[in-house]
Each structure stands twice: as C-alpha cells, then as structure tokens.
Design a binder for this molecule. Structure first.
Ligand SMILES: NC(=O)C1=CN([C@@H]2O[C@H](COP(=O)(O)OP(=O)(O)OC[C@H]3O[C@@H](n4cnc5c(N)ncnc54)[C@H](OP(=O)(O)O)[C@@H]3O)[C@@H](O)[C@H]2O)C=CC1
Ligand SMILES: O=C(O)[C@@H]1CCC=N1
Length: 259
C-alpha cells in the first residue's frame, strides 16, 4: 500500500520513522525539493516530485503541514484526491473544515498523534467522517497502531485530546527538566539527574497503568506521615501546581479551537 505524506516536518518524520517500511511504501513531498530529498534519504523513503504528483500516485494521503498552510495545499491537491483516503494530523481543523477545503464526497479521517511516534509510542486519537468505509478505517487504525496506542474518540473531544496527549509531551518534558534542574541546584550533574528523573517518570506511569489505582492513592502511598514527600506536595499546592497545569491545558484547548 502506498502512503504519501504532504509535509515532511517534525511530526511526519516521527510517524515515518516508526512505520514498518516493509508493509507500507512511503512517499513524501514538501515545500523545498532539495531539503525533502535529504529527509527522504535519511528516512529511507521515496520522494514525489511535488504535492500533486504525490496525491496522484498514492492510495492514502496523510496531510502533515501546519494548520495555517492546509487551505493552500489542499486547494492544490484536492482534484487528485477523488476515490482516495485522506488522513489529516493538523491541529484544530475539523472533519467539516477538511471537507469544505476538499470535497463533500471525500473519505477523511482526523488523526491526532504525538511526538512519541518516533519510538513507536504515540498516543493517537482517530475519528473518521461518515463516508469512511470500514476497510479504510481499519487501514487508518493499522497505520497508527503500528506506531503506538490508538483511541477512537468522538470529534467533540479532539481539542481536549490534542492538549492532554498531543501537546502534553512538551509539558511533561518541562516537568522532567524542572525536576532535573532541581537536582542540579542541589549538586547533581544535569545528565545524571535527567536520566534518574526520566526513569522515575516512565516507571511511575507504568505503575499507574499496571496497578489500576488512581493517582491520588499512589500519592498517598509515597507520602509517609510526617515525612519528606508531603512537605513537597504542600509546596506544590501553595504554588498552584495543579491549577497551573489545568490552566495550561485550557489555554491549549482554546488555541486549538481558534485555529
Ligand atoms: N509537532 C507535534 O508534536 C504535532 C504536530 N501535529 C500537527 O502536525 C502538523 C505538522 O506539524 P509539525 O510537523 O510540528 O510542523 P513542521 O513545521 O515541522 O512541519 C511542517 C512541514 O510542512 C512543510 N510545508 C510547508 N509548506 C508546504 C507546502 N506548501 N507543501 C508541502 N509541504 C509544506 C514544511 O516544510 P518547510 O519546513 O520546508 O517549510 C514542513 O516539512 C501540524 O498540522 C500540527 O498541528 C499533530 C500532533 C503533534
Ligand atoms: O503545537 C501544535 O500545534 C501541535 C498540535 C499538538 C502538538 N503540537
């Protein structure tokens, strides 16, 4: 099966690097031919001459340009998408927006992956429009299952998913960096501190998933009465940690809805 990515930036490269190239024949096209040639070579995939050639040639088009560029690029390729399946990973563009920019007859699946696709651990939302036939939905799911875990969700929840799974790796990296920096403040080398924190964050997520407990009961298990942890938790509360995280997610959702 031939899959074509229009736009070969950070996210397309993350998805492509996780994809099984034996199973999927991958093509890319992007804005700058020479730059794209190097990206194709590094990823071990094929390059199309331009967006139109790519749209004509492949079975499935994955739109991977920025939301602001989507109208221009879709107007260029829409006449060549008839009878094909189009997937879009663009934040903020609804299935209705995408149909308005292409055709009311087009099978479209809206997707929200995240950067962890690079290591085949994306947490990806998927939502088809009403025209998508079952076999095509299965193909879309197969592509994104091969690079992580998928959640078929209602479109009304897409902006929320985008914030808590699409953008949240950035928030989590900030949290990791903050913990590591605290280690540095107290005399530990940064690399060592970051390795320790990354290991702890990863294991804590696994512990949550495997134990089936809710986060607060685990917080209580770590917090010995009169002990050290609760001192830190009270400080986090005093500094509005939870409220700050929720505010950040709300701001992210609001921006997604404005796109
Ligand atoms: N980054 C992330 O973690 C996530 C991103 N997304 C979504 O993925 C999409 C891409 O984001 P991201 O990869 O971060 O952005 P990038 O800016 O890294 O990638 C965008 C790509 O589109 C290319 N491009 C620009 N204009 C055109 C054009 N006219 N024709 C073809 N290609 C073009 C760019 O080329 P050039 O660089 O040469 O301009 C670049 O390769 C966005 O819609 C975003 O919402 C979704 C989930 C997570
Ligand atoms: O920052 C963005 O707009 C994209 C959407 C989700 C993650 N990155």
């Amino acid at each position: 099966m031939k899959i074509g990515f229009i736009g070969a930036g950070k996210m397309a490269q993350a998805i492509i690097s996780g994809l099984d190239k034996e199973k999927f024949e991958v093509y890319i096209s992007s804005r700058d031919f020479e730059k794209t040639r190097i990206i194709a070579k590094n990823l071990g995939v094929n390059q199309a001459k331009d967006n139109i050639e790519l749209a004509k040639f492949v079975d499935i088009v994955i739109m991977s340009v920025k939301p602001q560029v989507m109208p221009k690029v879709l107007s260029e390729v829409k006449d060549y998408l008839e009878g094909k399946l189009m997937l879009s990973i663009a934040a903020g563009l609804t299935l209705e927006n995408l149909a308005d920019l292409t055709s009311k007859q087009l099978e479209i699946v809206r997707i929200m992956p995240n950067i962890n696709a690079t290591i085949k651990e994306s947490t990806t939302a998927i939502c088809p429009n009403e025209l998508v036939i079952d076999t095509n939905l299965e193909i879309a799911k197969e592509i994104f299952s091969s690079i992580g875990q998928i959640f078929q969700i209602e479109e009304k929840d897409f902006s929320t998913f985008s914030a808590i799974a699409g953008s949240s790796p950035a928030f989590i990296y900030i949290f990791i960096d903050a913990l590591s920096r605290a280690g540095v403040l107290h005399g530990m080398p940064k690399d060592l501190a970051t390795e320790i924190v990354a290991s702890t964050v990863s294991a804590s997520a696994n512990m949550l998933a495997q134990s089936g407990e809710n986060p607060w009961s685990l917080v209580d298990k770590v917090s010995s009465p009169g002990g050290t942890t609760v001192e830190g938790i009270v400080s986090l509360e005093e500094n509005r940690f939870v409220a700050s995280v929720i505010d950040a997610v709300t701001k992210t959702i609001e921006k997604d809805k404005r796109l």
